[in-house]
Structure formats: structure tokens, C-alpha cells
Design a protein around this ligand. Structure first.
Ligand code: DAH
Length: 280
């Protein structure tokens, strides 16, 4: 009896030791670090190319004394159309062009709406730019996307003329593309300006001799512009007898696509990291 007891005690002790060795070995195996494996690098984020472009544009206008305004993306008919001198029945109001939400509201189709908000808020004189998203019922293709970015500009004061408009946009393209850049104004029509003009700048790549980027024309379209229509000033409670102004609207993503020579503007909206990483 005594013999059996001693024998089983030994066995238990042995089993305990084996168990301890096994758990120790398992822990060592589990906690072993291979210091030769390369680390997992954190992937720092960076700004989107459209944001970079917007900041470059903002920097230029802020240095020229402009405020940066921001405003809503869903607008009433008044701000979207009436105040901008776009009469009822105008094709721009067509539901085929505009995303209407609830009755009387629509996603803004241009940043020109901010002209009215800014003048109502601040009165005249004033100088502002308003970068932001706009929405149009376009089918996406290499040069169109139903959501894109514009920057609006507005300068209202006593005695503002077309010369101020031309001088401002000429200075803008000098700073953005270099002092040798030329501008060209072509007569055009916008309901909210009179007279109105399309603005082109000489191609930053070929300097005007013609290349693939400017489609051999030597010129690249910057956007629309003009002298603010008296009806627009009136709609924002600014007296057109005392004040005149100029306004302009440029495409941020369009300019971005040109500068980076993108073949397809939709690349800017697909959030493909392999594309975006190239702009860090
Ligand atoms: N809102 C116009 C567009 O989306 C661009 C534009 C043209 C803005 C002339 C202006 C302007 O302020 O004066 O096509």
C-alpha cells in the first residue's frame, strides 16, 4: 500500500514537470519575435489633388485682398435662379440640367449663388471668392462628372470696370502658370453679367504654339466672367447706381486635370488610392 502511494506521487510530480515544460515552450514559441521582419509602415494620409488646387487658388486671391466664402449646396429657386437674373423658362432651370430635391429646392448648379449670399451678408464694397461643389445632371464621361468643383469670384465697389476684371484675371494666371502667360477675353453671354466674356489663357505647356494639351489651339479655357448685372446687385440689396462689380467662375477640377495632364476627369472622383498616392 505504502509502495503504491510513493509510486503515484512520483508520477504526478513527473506529469506536473512535463506540463510546465510544455507550457513554457509553448509560451516562448508564441512570444518569439522575428526582429528581421520589416515593420508595417503607417500610411500617412495627404491632401486630395482638388484640395491642393483649391488651396493654390485661394492663396492667390487672398493675397489680392479677397475673402474666402463658403455656403450651402442645396439652394432655393431664389438664389439658384431668380437673384441671378435667370428668368422662369430659362433652359438652365430645366429639370434635365438641375437636380431638384423637394419642391422649390435644388442642388446648386453653380457657385454663383454665393455672390448673392455674400452681398446680403456683407454689403458693398467687398471682394470674395467662393470655392465649392456644384451639381449638374450630366452623364459622366472623360470631361464631365455630375458633381464637380468651381470657384466663384466677385468684386464690388465704386467705379469697378472691365479693366479691373481683366487685370485681376491676368494677375491670377501669371501667379498660377507663370508671368509669361497671356489672357484672352471672348464675348459671351451669362444672364448674371453684362457684358459677359469667356476667358482663355495661353497654354502653360507650349506657350501658345499648339500642343496636345491645348488641342493645338495655343489657348486653354479658364471660365466665364463679366460685369455684374444691375438686377443681380439689386436682388442682393446693393444699389447699382452707386456700385458696379465684376464676377467670374472657374472650374477647379478642370484646371487640376489640365495641370496634371489627366486624360479622364473621373479619376479625381473615384478615390482609387493608387491614383491619389501620386499627389502626396
Ligand atoms: N456660373 C457660370 C458657369 O457655371 C460661370 C460664371 C460665368 C460665373 C460668368 C460668373 C460669371 O460669376 O460672371 O458656367
Amino acid at each position: 500500500m505504502l509502495f503504491i502511494e510513493i509510486a503515484s506521487k512520483d508520477k504526478i510530480g513527473e506529469a506536473e514537470r512535463t506540463l510546465q515544460e510544455l507550457t513554457a515552450a509553448a509560451r516562448v514559441a508564441r512570444e518569439t519575435i522575428d526582429v528581421t521582419i520589416p515593420g508595417r509602415r503607417p500610411r500617412p494620409g495627404h491632401l486630395h489633388p482638388i484640395t491642393l488646387m483649391r488651396q493654390r487658388i485661394e492663396d492667390i486671391f487672398v493675397s489680392l485682398g479677397y475673402l474666402v466664402e463658403d455656403d450651402r449646396e442645396i439652394e432655393t429657386d431664389f438664389y439658384n435662379f431668380d437673384a441671378l437674373n435667370i428668368p422662369e423658362g430659362h433652359p438652365a432651370r430645366d429639370p434635365q440640367d438641375t437636380f431638384y430635391t423637394t419642391e422649390g429646392f435644388a442642388l446648386r448648379s453653380q457657385t454663383s449663388t454665393v455672390q448673392i449670399h455674400a452681398m446680403q451678408r456683407r454689403g458693398a464694397p467687398m471682394r470674395m471668392i467662393a470655392p465649392g461643389r456644384v451639381f449638374r445632371r450630366d452623364t459622366p464621361d472623360p470631361t464631365h462628372n455630375p458633381m464637380f468643383f468651381q470657384v466663384e469670384g466677385l468684386c464690388v465697389d465704386r467705379g469697378i470696370t472691365m479693366a479691373h476684371l481683366k487685370g485681376t484675371l491676368a494677375e491670377f494666371v501669371h501667379r498660377l502658370f507663370g508671368p509669361e502667360t497671356k489672357t484672352r477675353f471672348r464675348p459671351s453671354y451669362f444672364p448674371f453679367t453684362e457684358p459677359s466674356a469667356e476667358v482663355d489663357y495661353s497654354c502653360f505647356n507650349c506657350g501658345g504654339s499648339g500642343c496636345r494639351i491645348c488641342k493645338q489651339s495655343g489657348w486653354i479655357e479658364l471660365g466665364g466672367s463679366g460685369m455684374v448685372h444691375p438686377n443681380v446687385l439689386r436682388a442682393a440689396n446693393v444699389d447699382p447706381e452707386q456700385f458696379t462689380g465684376f464676377a467670374f467662375g472657374l472650374g477647379i477640377d478642370r484646371t487640376c486635370a489640365r495641370i496634371y495632364q489627366l486624360d479622364d476627369i473621373r479619376l479625381l472622383f473615384e478615390n482609387d488610392v493608387r491614383f491619389l498616392e501620386q499627389f502626396r
